[in-house]
Structure formats: structure tokens, C-alpha cells
Design a protein around this ligand. Sequence first.
Ligand code: ATP
Ligand code: MG
Length: 570
Amino acid sequence: MKMSNMLITTLREVPVEAEIDSHKLMLRAGLIKKMAAGVYNYMPLGLRVLKKVEDIVREEMNSAGAQEFLASAMIPAELWQESGRWDAYGAEMFRLKDRGERDFCLGPTHEEVFTDIARSMIKSYKQLPLNLYQIQTKYRDERRPRFGVMRSREFIMKDAYSFDKDQEGLDLSYDKMHDAYVKIFNRCGLDAKCVQADSGAIGGANSAEFMVKSEVGEDDVVFCTKCNYAANIEKAVAIPEKQEKEDLKEVHKVETPNARTIEEVANFFNADEKRFAKTMLFNADGKIVAVMVRGDREINEVKVTNEIGEVSNLDFASPEEVFNATGALIGFAGPIGIKVDMLLVDEEVANMYNFIAGANETGYHVENVNYGRDFEGIVGDFRNVTEGEKCPCCNGTITIARGTEVGHIFKLGTKYSKAMNANFIDENGKEKPFIMGCYGIGVTRTVASIIEQHHDENGIVWPLAVAPYHVSVIPVNVKDENQLEAANQLYEKLIGMGVEALIDDRNERAGVKFKDSELIGVPIRVTVGKKIGEGIVEFKLRDGEMREVQLEDVYDIIKDEFDKNNISLK
Ligand code: ATP
Ligand code: MG
């Protein structure tokens, strides 16, 4: 590609709307252009990278035995009504009507569509297992689209759906996808870690996310500093802290005027927050649920939701609902005598002695509360793990880092096949629902994540495997015929070798061209300058030192770079 022909504008200034490096660089290097909030156009350079990532995904999916499909992005409402998600999906779904007033949506994901394809095409266990995938545009009206294509409203996802006849089959399909994902992210130059994830009502070790550690990540990921344990905070567990045994004392009501928050109450009693249990009230689809955790802990709403079961909306209870349940204003809820549909008690609270809690009376707390003697509820793990706690696997110390989810693998089981009556005939002639898995990769988010992990103050530093171009040939002075001629020959020869080369033949100062080539992140730069008379050019890797080499050696040096990166020239 000749830079003089390329439709690209690089920006020196940092665009104001961009908060994170990848977003800034994608705009500055001219990879994307914004159309509306969370809606982007891919410019030629951005598209080249996108296609490379897609190709890596495609190759690894194919070699894992999956078959590529392309479903329509426009999906009739009926399919979503069958699964029950037409209503449950809420405001994130883009909905539309056709001229006959028929409801459709723009697919935010495709479980229903692929379940429908399977039920109409797979009749017998002999056709199983099957893994179908597509690389396709998804639509989600995100509450907060941000960070460019990291969280956009239109994005490209690779989604795959596996169909098996039994659980063992699903386990195998899932493991294959896990292994394919490890290869995909490796080849993209991404350091992505597989972490346990919440699998909602399905539960168990049925879901994992591929997380890229990043300060700008939107998820909290719990890691053990000693062993391999890693889990999304939604799912992560730690060994509950035990309090030393005490003799049970008598419950005692204390007037605590103006002390509502745990901090105020702890100050009032002049005691550690660990001596308190806080009681928070929620409205779960109309059910009033109280949740108790130790004073210094945070409630984990995902764990709470899983305990309650199918909940579409978990909100804080209103002051009125709190008053009905406790007879008190907000800030004085406690377990004794509370009137709620469910009382969830974190296991740490159930193991505390003589703790302080709200008295269900405005302006009062109670001391010496004990689980079992004074109240009962559903005991479980309802808290967020915190930094420094003990790992559930090895007792090591837990640390928490921010992460971005680039992929997700999930054992669905029969959730969709049962709801949609998607069955096959097994070896014994019996009808059975498919055992399904689903597997997503955010392709556009992967591109942004690669940039997050590979950039410096001058721009993007693409790994060779996903770079929009491999080599940038820069004639220093295009008015010097020798330089331009030699640069052109070099460029043509590289293309002949299968190298994706750019030539910056613009009549610009060398400094401008160097800056653009660094911003765009081309991995290899060959500069043809005055010394071409002696047969010498400058060779520079994007993240390496510049050195002078003989023109005729350039080709082998470039080939070596491909070998080092395990990439074959086409
Ligand atoms: P998140 O928690 O980030 O919203 P999700 O759980 O909604 O993600 P999935 O439904 O599992 O995501 O989608 C599969 C993959 O699609 C994700 O792992 C992510 O990489 C990507 N993805 C999801 N939402 C977006 C988005 N709004 N913009 C870009 N990529 C996205
Ligand atoms: Mg989401």
C-alpha cells in the first residue's frame, strides 16, 4: 500500500472523549471513527487488524472441529419468547417492528437462534457432538457504552454453541474450547488468564472467563499469590474468618441516636467494624430479602441473586419497604424480629459471637446478638472477597486486580434446549434435550485489549501476527530519485515475498513519517536515506534499536522476524 493513496488521518492531539489508551490510540491512528455513542466505523487500518484477529479465531475454531455459520443479526421475537428472554433481556436489547408490526430484535447473542437451528437439523445422537460458530455483529444498547470498542453498542463477537448427547460430551466440548481460546489469545499476543466465573442459576464450575489484567478493566478478578486460583469477584470465595469463641451474653438494647452507617455506629460503640453485622434490605422482583454480612464486608449481589433464584431485578428496598419490614427508618435494620420474605446470613456472621446489629427500632442498636440463639436464616456465602484474605485452595494470600473480559466459556446444560423443546433421539430411541455449551469472544474488544497491552508513548506496538502491515518502507526524501527508486524496489520485492508492506511515499519530512509509522504501530521499519548510495539502509523494529544493514540482507532479517514469531509468509 502506498501511503500517498491511503485514506487515513492520524491525529497528533489526544481526542477529548477518549479516556483510555487503546481508545485514544485507535482514534489517533485512524483505526476507527465514531458515528454515535458506542457506534464506530472501522477504517482501512482498523479493519485489517480486525480481519487478522478474526482469521486467528477462525483457524483455531476450525482446528478444534467447530463449523462456521452465519446467522441473521435480525431475529424474530418468537424465538426469544420461547426461551423467556424477550421480556427478561430488558433495555439492553434493540427491538424493532417490520411493516406488518411483527416484533424483531437485533441479536445481542444467539443462543435461541442456534438452538432453533439444532432442533430443526439434528434428529439423532449419531449427528452429535456438534459445535457451530459464527463471527458476527452483535447489538446491545449498553447502559454505559465507553472506552471505544471495549464496550460499544455494536460489536463483533465470535459465538459458538456446542450440542452434545450427554454431560461427558459437554465436558469434552468445553475443554476443547478452553484450549482453543488459550491458543487464540496467545497468537494475538494477549496475556489473558482463564478465571472461574459465575454461572448464575446453573451453578457449579460451569463457566470461565478469559481476563486481560488491565487497570482500565471493568471487572475485579481475585487471584491467589501462591497457587493458580483465579476467579471473578462475582464468584470468588475465600476461607471465612473465624472469631474466637466467647460465652454468649444477654442481648442488650442501646440507644444510638444519629448513628446509622457502620462507621458512625462503630465510632459510637468505639469498637472494630468486625464486631458488627450489617443488615441490608433488597427488593427482588417484589420479594423483600434481608442480607447480613460482617460490618467491614461488602454484599455480593450475584451470590445473593443466585440464592434467591431467577431474579430479573434486584434493587435496594425503598424507605417504605424498609419501614414495613423493620418498623424503623433506614440504618437500624437487624435480624431480630425482622419481617422479610428471606433472611440471608453470611457464614461469617453465623460464626460471630456477641455482635452488634440494628434493633429494628429507629435510634437503637442491640449488642450481644448470636446466630442460632437469637435468630435464624439461610446461611451461605454472600460477601465479596477482599484483598489479603485466605485462598480457598491453598490458604495463600488473595490479591485483587482489575481485568477486562475478552472471552467467556459456559456450560449451559439444558437451559435452552428444554425451554425450546430441542431434542434428539438417543441410542435407546428415547427423546432427550441437547446438552449445550456456549462460547464467546469479543473480537473487537480483543483488538482494543491488544493495544492496551502493546503500546508506548509514541503509539501502538502491534505484535507481528495482528499488525495491519508488517513493514513500513520509508524513503527519507522522495525528491531524491535514487532513494525513491530503491525504496520502491524494496517495497515491491517485499510484497513479492508475501510481506504486507507499506511505502510512505508522501512528500513529507522524514520526522512526520517516522511519527506516523510509530503511531500506527508497524512492527518493522526500513528507512532508505542518503546511504543508499553505499547500499545501506536503516532497519528498526518498532520496539527496538535502529541499526544500519546492507540492503540485500534486509530480506533475510525480515524473514527471521517472521520465523521468530512463528508466522509463515503467505
Ligand atoms: P460484560 O460483562 O463485559 O458486559 P458480557 O458478560 O455481557 O460482558 P458475553 O455476553 O459473555 O459478555 O459476551 C461475550 C463476549 O463479548 C465478552 O466476553 C466480551 O468480550 C464481548 N462483549 C460483550 N459486550 C460487549 C460490548 N458491549 N462491546 C464489546 N464487546 C463486548
Ligand atoms: Mg454485558
